[in-house]
Design a protein around this ligand. Structure first.
Ligand SMILES: Cc1ncc(COP(=O)(O)O)c(C=O)c1O
Length: 380
């Protein structure tokens, strides 16, 4: 494959920091590099309440623990998302209540949320798909009217903004991912949780440390550490944090580079978009996406698959995305859809993502463009 779909971001200085971490002999979590990354993320987000985790999935699992859910509680979320958005809550005995997405952004359709609220609803989970902001005005309004917690699944969204506010700082709790496919990576797997409320943040610290107050102990606040709450092993190793460290100081640089690739795709496909042959993602006014993803929607599944096969023959890997959760075996077992599935299934079948990664060369980018334009020339 001449152009892979994704390659882990490499700035070049990661090796030095990883080797330094190894030589320090202190490799476990909440170490020197972890603290540095958390400080940098806190400055970037404008709030100190962040903790690195072993994955974005684990950040969501801590978020779910913080809700103290009881069996039968309900959590509203889009069906078009990754499994972790739902499993985190199912693990706590709650039921995911899926609603449709908007066709322009593939984000939760804010107009479908209210009808899904019941006396058992505890939270609304929004996913900023591709780092494009959800309609946060309406989501926050509904949450406040019904006393619900808002969790932002910001796995794609570090570096994105909604009215100048960093995505992942608008709701109550948010989860970020540093998996190798994301803008920033901690060497393959990793994540981060942000918690608005200081008391809940203190609980999150305990939950991340196997339910103990070891971080308070390490800060000299208690004489010994002990079991305080539920929790698990959710710390990020300091070797992973060392890989992440140079990238954490370059969030905007990485986003700019990725956005420039997306912009080149938008420009190259402008005529095809204008003709209506394809539709592409929209970035609502007043928001800014971090260039995490570029996708287009073709006529239908057959057209999408023909496109992917044609560009693959030219050495370009273009891939589909989520299978709607409400149609998957576990989604049918653990959750339910409320309202219509007008967009989710139809658009998930015609959506294809093009390669976007920080270290992509101009030649690779142009090969993607040429391969796509050749397909549209042959299949107008
Ligand atoms: C929307 C969304 N949420 C959560 C996750 C989970 O993140 P991680 O792979 O870091 O566990 C992903 C991963 O791709 C994702 O796309």
């Amino acid at each position: 494959m001449k152009v892979p779909f994704s390659l882990a971001t490499r700035l070049g200085s990661e090796d030095r920091f990883v080797i330094d971490a190894i030589h320090s002999g202190r490799l476990s979590g909440d170490g020197a590099y972890g603290r540095r990354c958390e400080g940098c993320a806190a400055d970037y987000l404008g709030s100190g309440n962040v903790l690195l985790t072993s994955s974005g999935t684990h950040a969501l699992e801590i978020a779910a623990m913080l809700l103290d859910l009881s069996p039968g509680d309900e959590v509203i979320m889009p069906s078009f998302t990754f499994t972790s958005t739902a499993t985190a809550f199912v693990l706590r005995g709650a039921q995911p209540v899926f609603v449709d997405v908007r066709p322009d952004t593939m984000n939760i359709d804010d107009r479908c949320i209210e009808a899904a609220i019941t006396p058992r609803t505890r939270a609304i989970v929004v996913v900023h798909y591709g780092g494009v902001a959800c309609q946060m005005d309406r989501v926050m309004e509904l949450a406040s009217a019904h006393g619900l917690t808002v969790i932002e699944d910001a796995a794609h969204a570090l570096g994105g903004r909604w009215r100048e506010r960093p995505l992942g700082t608008i709701g109550d709790i948010s989860a970020f991912s540093f998996h190798e496919t994301k803008n920033l990576t901690s060497g393959g797997e990793g994540g981060m949780i942000w918690v608005r409320d200081p008391a809940l943040f203190a609980r999150a610290q305990v939950m991340r440390e196997k339910g103990t107050n070891r971080s308070a102990f390490r800060a000299g606040k208690v004489a010994k550490y002990e079991w305080m709450d539920i929790g698990s092993s959710f710390l990020m190793s300091d070797v992973s944090a060392a890989y992440l460290w140079p990238q954490m100081s370059a969030i905007d640089l990485i986003a700019r580079q990725r956005r420039s690739i997306c912009d080149a795709y938008f420009a190259a496909f402008a005529e095809i978009i204008a003709s209506g042959r394809i539709t592409v993602q929209e970035t609502p006014s007043g928001t800014c996406a971090p260039g995490h993803m570029f996708y287009m929607k073709l006529r239908d599944e057959a057209d999408r698959d023909a496109f992917a096969a044609a560009v693959r023959a030219s050495g370009v890997l273009a891939v589909s995305h989520y299978v709607p959760l409400h149609t998957a075996p576990a989604g049918r077992k653990f959750g339910r859809l409320v309202g219509q599935d007008a967009v989710t299934t139809r658009d998930s079948r015609r959506l294809v993502r093009l390669p976007v990664f920080y270290n992509m060369t101009i030649a690779q980018r142009d090969l993607v463009i040429d391969a796509a334009l050749t397909f549209f020339a042959n299949s107008p």
